[in-house]
Design a protein around this ligand. Sequence first.
Ligand code: IMP
Length: 204
Amino acid sequence: MTERRLLLATTNPGKIREMRALFKGLPWRIVGLGEVLPGLTFPERGRTFLENARAKSLFYSRKWAGLTLAEDSGLEVEALDGAPGVISARFARPRPGDESNNRKVLRLLAGVPEKRRKARYVCVIVLSERGRVIKAVRGEVRGRIAVEPRGTGGFGYDPLFYYSPLRKTFAELSAEAKNRVSHRGRAVRMMRGFLEKKGQGPGR
Ligand code: IMP
């Protein structure tokens, strides 16, 4: 029988909720690791977002009969040679967290003028089935690092990520406005388009 559940390789309930909303209407129910493969973990050791998302997606797709989706994302700051990059979530060692990560970015950029504070968010999503990659997509959004945090929405580096077309940081945008332009929104729309076609075809 065809598996009608799509595994999202994360234990983060926020991500599961967000992805369920973004993939609404597709003929799969999104389930998290806690529901179908509890206790199984995979260490992220890749040097790029693609390496991490791909390795994670393949690892779990070998343990699960249906489709598996894995995501890796983060912030790259040009003046920091692309840091924090793949270690975005744990940048401020030994106590990483949104606030300490943001403080570290601001400290490293102290005195750097506006035009050299360019940054981008990247999101890579990889879809696999039984140890084979079916589709990989990458979304990006360009902005710059503000000189101080602004706004209370979003998460992570959003209070620092200034998006000049809207003249706001991502933390000053509603969830809908952020999704329309964000790296994750872009990547998800590409993957959704692919899944819509797949959902209609015989390979479902
Ligand atoms: P992941 O859960 O390993 O993919 O970690 C991604 C990390 O990148 C997050 O913990 C944040 O620090 C950062 N990040 C990725 N996407 C966003 C975003 O949309 N806003 C703010 N920070 C983000």
